[in-house]
Design a protein around this ligand. Structure first.
Ligand code: 475
Length: 838
């Protein structure tokens, strides 16, 4: 439908009228049809995986209908659209989400069971689409769900990596990375668009031509390499709305026309092999979150993604507009961190070199369409590309970046009276010991009309630290947009018993789109009958998590224990090491107790999961330490089921959907000022899990919403951190911290030499993340956890209040704010006349 020219209202209505039927028999027919004609299997005998693929194709048909209708509707209305540019989308599974958002779980369940298949088993056949590292990529996926649900005219753009986030195997306690070739059996949720292709150029040189009577300079980029970007569309259904948004992912293919003479040099086979290199651009997701690596292939990926995306956006705009005057009224683009920042010089190049606009007009347009989100203040994550590399790969872009910088520095001097060191500090291009670098965050800042942080504290911090000088000249550019998560996936779909209890209690299902309604649970928080029901649904979720632990360890865990969870990427600043040190102390304490004393111990099951970047040595040692402690503790018969420790391998979206609902307590214990927001904290709160955490990132706002008294807050404030870091060497080390460290050092868990670098990182005046400093306060918070667990009513009340107070953290709220304050886009619900739909 995209590209259809003569759409009028009548044609649209007839399109909107043509829905496939969703009664059980129609669904069964469509499933069996796909078994026979899509999978080419016998319709009398197919296994769970084939049932999954057939059911997925049947559902995909229904998504495609909505996708076509939505896109036709938008083309007809031509509203301002928003494009979310991200190098990562951590989608997880799609089947249940699509069923739920289309409102067809029940008929599909019945259809499948009538054919002899259990929905649960069929679902398990789906592999995660893991095209992201962690928080940033999962946020992008939650945002797509909310944009579709809010009927926004929105598309996501990214890369169709052939290998997603690596699969983590833990062997003898060591992380091993295995390739995630997720496309093995095909991916039923994408629509290949072999005709939606664009050339993407690399290398070569730029020539200048004087043109016309005004002697205007005209730049021509003669590329040295060209590849083709092919579109793959992934329909994103909104919840109970006909709107179906689009996630367009690009794959690299060899370019047909380019360099044809290579084939005529006689070496036909080598020419083919050379061409294959094109595909390597989109082969693999870089698995480091937060360490900038500076690899050429990564820069190629970034340019590949934004170049194809901008060509696509400009083409779509030009189909309906004769000039670029209205571009800023029709297009908004959000940069998910600095990774897509090359889109800025690419748009400038397209406007100036390919559409003959002048600098002033091109810059005016560019600065009206881009906005940018920062996700971290850690200096090692900030992207700085060597000028020499950018120059080699993208010679024309480097010229444009120089020009942007030159004009920016002029402006600083003339309009802001800035000179000398200060001028150099703000320059997009900086001279370092490794040569000249392009500071991507500065480029993004200069060209964006708005920059935002991802939680109130983080947005305040970026103004005071990494972007201080920019805040001084452009305070109006800075905003906060506190993160959120989609309650469809993270409550309704992953925790049906709790969802049902909430719906029954509130007397409405409206919380699925209006999460603030959860406030209505407050009045029931102390009602004993309700508490018993709450305990019942929590137990159901705990049983699922216990089954998962049984599958991985063979152990039957104590259901009366606190299920204490820390799941997130392994990083020093997230302080998994501090968690395990407190586990070591707990173990030691239990060991020193008499059998009588042990009767009073509150049993714990400690669950830790997360991936270490393959090159992050200390993070890998932390995994080994957790495994070593786990091995010693779990086989100690004296400790029994008072304490168990599990490292869950290959933590991913699908495991999170089991782990989060099943937890009683979750750890959000980063050094204050380091975690930009966190988003699992929100998912845990929604599912009634209590937070033990620091006043960092979104924890601060969660405490405002659910009440500090319903959390276990500890540790220093962010404002004390810089000074404490200064004083680290001279601070008195907490004796309990020292004791726990010594147990590891002395080989209590084996492998002591291997743990030395870890121990060194937190002792001897190092301890950048202040583990020793926060340790005592952490232990006290843990004491409070135990004592409040003993009083079931107190705990249940807090659990209910956690869910009740989590309404703010819906990504619907976040996206509504982006739409109003940054993008200025409006909902476009497809609206046929009464009675024509369904
Ligand atoms: C923050 N990823 C969380 C979350 O806003 C926050 C960096 C470089 C390359 C690839 N990935 C990254 C991140 O920086 C990232 O995931 N940041 C996270 O973004 C969403 O909730 O606090 O750490």
């Amino acid at each position: 439908v995209e590209g259809g020219d003569h759409l009028n209202r009548e044609l649209l209505y007839s399109l909107l009228d043509s829905y496939l039927k969703n009664d059980v028999v129609s669904i069964q027919e469509s499933i069996v049809h796909h078994v026979e004609f899509t999978l080419a299997r016998s319709r009398y005998k197919f296994d769970n995986r084939e049932a999954y693929f057939a059911a997925a194709h049947s559902l995909r048909d229904r998504l495609i209908e909505r996708w076509n209708d939505t896109q036709a509707w938008l083309k007809y209305k031509d509203p301002k659209r928003v494009y979310y540019l991200s190098m990562e989308f951590l989608m997880g599974r799609t089947f249940l989400n699509a069923l739920h958002n289309l409102g067809v779980i029940a008929p599909y369940q019945e259809a499948l069971s009538g054919l002899g298949y259990e929905m649960e088993n069929v679902q398990q056949a789906e592999r995660d689409a893991a095209l992201g590292n962690g928080g940033l990529g999962r946020l992008a996926s939650c945002f797509l769900d909310s944009m579709a649900t809010l009927n926004l005219p929105a598309w996501g753009y990214g890369i169709r990596y052939e290998y997603g986030m690596f699969r983590q195997v833990v062997s003898e306690g060591f992380q091993k990375e295995q390739p995630d070739y997720w496309l093995t059996f095909g991916y039923p949720w994408e629509i290949e668009r072999p005709h939606v292709t664009y050339p993407v150029k690399f290398y070569g040189h730029v020539s200048v031509h004087e043109e016309g009577s005004d002697g205007r300079q005209n730049f021509v980029w003669n590329a040295g390499e060209e590849v083709t970007a092919v579109a793959y569309d992934n329909p994103i259904p909104g919840f109970k709305t006909p709107t179906c948004a689009n996630l367009r992912l690009w794959a690299a293919k060899p370019c047909q026309e380019f360099d044809l003479e290579a084939f005529n040099t006689g070496d036909y086979v080598s020419s083919i092999i050379d061409k294959q290199k094109a595909e390597t651009i989109t082969s693999v997701l870089y698995p480091d979150d937060k360490t900038f690596e500076g690899k050429e292939l990564r820069l190629k990926q970034q340019h590949f993604m934004v170049s194809a995306t901008l060509q696509d956006i400009v083409r779509r705009y030009k189909e309906q507009h004769k000039d670029f005057d209205a571009f800023p009224e029709k297009v908004a683009m959000q940069l998910n961190d600095t990774h897509p920042t090359l889109g800025i010089p690419e748009l400038m190049r397209i406007l100036m070199d390919e559409n003959r606009l002048g600098w002033t007009q091109s810059w005016d347009i560019t600065t009206k369409v881009f906005s940018f989100t920062n996700h971290t203040v850690l200096p090692e994550a900030l992207e700085q590309w060597p000028v020499s590399l950018v120059e080699k790969l993208l010679p024309r872009h480097m010229q444009i970046i120089y020009d942007i910088n030159w004009r920016f520095l002029q402006e600083l001097q003339q309009n802001h009276g800035i000179s000398g060191d200060k001028l150099g500090n703000m320059s997009i291009i900086v001279d370092t010991e490794y040569g000249k670098m392009v500071r991507m965050a500065y480029l993004a800042l200069v060209a964006s009309h708005t920059v935002n942080g991802v939680a109130a504290m983080h947005s305040k911090l970026i103004k005071e630290t990494i972007f201080k000088d920019f805040n001084a000249i452009w305070p109006e550019k800075f905003q906060n947009k506190t993160n959120g998560v989609t309650q469809r996936r993270w409550l309704a779909q992953c925790n049906p018993p709790l969802a049902k209890l909430i719906t029954d209690t509130l007397g409405t299902e409206a919380w699925v789109t209006h999460l603030d309604l959860l406030q209505g649970l407050r009045e029931h928080a102390e009602d004993e009958e309700f508490q018993q029901k709450w305990a019942g649904v929590k137990k159901e979720a705990k049983v699922k998590l216990a089954n998962m632990i049984k599958d991985l360890s063979g152990d039957e865990v104590n259901m009366e224990a606190i299920f204490d969870v820390q799941v997130k990427r392994i990083h020093e600043y997230k302080r998994q090491f501090m968690n395990i040190l407190s586990v070591v102390l707990r173990y030691d304490r239990i060991k020193s107790m008499s059998p009588e004393e042990r009767k009073d111990v509150v049993p714990r099951v400690v669950i830790i999961g997360g991936k270490a970047a393959p090159g992050y040595d200390l993070a890998k040692r932390i995994i080994k330490l957790i495994s070593a402690v786990s091995e010693t503790v779990n086989k100690d018969s004296e400790v029994g089921d008072l304490l168990k420790v599990y490292f869950v391998p290959d933590y991913n979206v699908s495991l999170a959907e089991v782990i989060i609902p099943g937890s009683d307590l979750n750890q959000q214990i980063s050094t204050a000022g380091t975690e930009a927001s966190g988003t699992s904290n929100m998912k845990f709160a929604m599912n009634g899990s209590l937070i033990i955490g620091t006043m960092d990132g979104a924890n601060v706002e969660i405490a405002e919403e659910i009440g500090e008294e319903n959390m276990f807050i500890f540790g220093v404030d962010a404002k004390e951190v810089p000074e404490l870091r200064e004083q680290r060497e001279y601070l008195q080390v907490d004796p309990q911290f020292q004791h726990a460290v010594n147990m590891i050092k002395n080989g209590h868990f084996g492998w002591n030499d291997y743990f030395n670098p870890l121990i060194d990182s937190v002792t001897g005046g190092r301890d950048w993340y202040l583990l020793a400093n926060d340790f005592n306060s952490y232990l006290q918070a843990q004491e409070r956890v135990d004592s409040e667990w003993r009083d079931k009513k107190v705990w249940l009340k807090k659990s209910i209040l956690s869910t009740a107070g989590s309404g703010k953290f819906s990504s619907d709220r976040t996206i509504h704010e982006y739409a109003e304050d940054i993008w200025k886009v409006e909902p476009q619900p497809p609206s046929p006349p009464e009675g024509r739909r369904e």
